[in-house]
Design a protein around this ligand. Sequence first.
Ligand SMILES: Cc1cc2nc3c(=O)[nH]c(=O)nc-3n(C[C@H](O)[C@H](O)[C@H](O)COP(=O)(O)OP(=O)(O)OC[C@H]3O[C@@H](n4cnc5c(N)ncnc54)[C@H](O)[C@@H]3O)c2cc1C
Length: 385
Amino acid sequence: MKTNVVIVGGGYAGVMAANRLAATGRSGLDVVLVNPGERFVERIRLHEYAAGTRNDPTVSFASVLNPDVRQVRDAAERIDAGTRTVQLAGGRRLEYDYLVYAVGSGRGKVPEGSYAVEQFEGADEARRALAGLPPGGRVAVVGGGLTAIETASETARRYPGLSVGLHAAGLPAPQVGAGARRGLERSLRRMGVELHAGTRVPASGDPRTHLGADVVLWCAGFGVPELAAASGLPVDAAGRLLVDPTLQVPGQERIYGAGDAAVIAGADYAYLRMSCAAAMPMGADAATNILRSLDALPAVRHDSGFGGQCVSLGRTDGMVQFVTADDTPVRLHVHGRTAAVLKEIICRMTLRWIRNEAKRSGAYTWPKGPRRTTATAQQQAPAWN
Ligand SMILES: Cc1cc2nc3c(=O)[nH]c(=O)nc-3n(C[C@H](O)[C@H](O)[C@H](O)COP(=O)(O)OP(=O)(O)OC[C@H]3O[C@@H](n4cnc5c(N)ncnc54)[C@H](O)[C@@H]3O)c2cc1C
């Protein structure tokens, strides 16, 4: 009998899930990946693309996907759990036996006059806007998280003639330890980034006027698509699909969630921030539990943890804050060229892990999660940034 698995979203979580399923070579398993874009976007490289230090932040799906995965280039508009179908924007309807919800994150709408670097389209517009600025042009980066810091640094290094400001609502990089933050601030100062901590940018009006900038790069937190909520599936206050520790939607055992768009309910998992580092293990485990369901085996509880927060500060500088499995910073942090090299290795490894999984189901392994979380409320940031 044929089993249809539809994976909605072709990012780190969705591709990892598709590969883990398809690379089993299991007969009768039809794995379909629905994604609107033609190419796989390496979101972790989008600040490089925006600043113009990388020419292409995408790779072909053929280079990361198991060849047995069927691709459908479209966007899901609605998931109907009752009829087990997915309505696509292009008009088609796909039937599923199992569905993996992995639509990731993206701000969608940003204030007029600003660009959202966290999505390919926004990064592309930002790239053109930055390239068009004359010497002395003013760039304001809004946000105090790691995406904002990476974007401000990459821009300042690439365009030393521009004036770059980082406007954070609170402390920059609140998730790292005090020592690591001091090092980050030193690096930002060295490259001429003006730090404006405690800036509140009004939600209405043109932020360029408010910040006195020619170009505003918006990096103030990830939002998620409304697909789960619009489909009547359970979501948290941020709109993320609520799943249990086996990554299944309670009461909808054929639907699994993975990556930025899903959240495991309960305090035990509050440390899992939106990140590529969490998306890939979640995608792999969603696939594992579908395979176990097909074999009538009990589902496994998701178990993943962190090792470090790696930040690039241009191409030759960086910062790595080592953390416990629940993302709590430890005393060890590395800066400078060594950190830049470490970060680059990790970025390259993400593609290698996905590609290895395309060849052999189960190839990808990851650090285990904490026995008990020790993270404080402040460290339980909902996003990598
Ligand atoms: C500049 C930057 C740097 C970053 N650096 C790091 C880092 O160093 N380390 C780290 O761990 N994380 C980092 N992150 C965060 C990381 O990129 C995300 O957490 C990660 O991409 C989440 O993976 P995902 O698979 O859940 O979603 P995504 O990678 O966002 O993929 C989701 C996919 O779903 C598709 N999709 C959306 N809606 C639909 C729909 N309706 N139907 C079908 N498909 C849909 C999208 O087009 C996309 O292809 C960074 C992010 C940014 C922006």
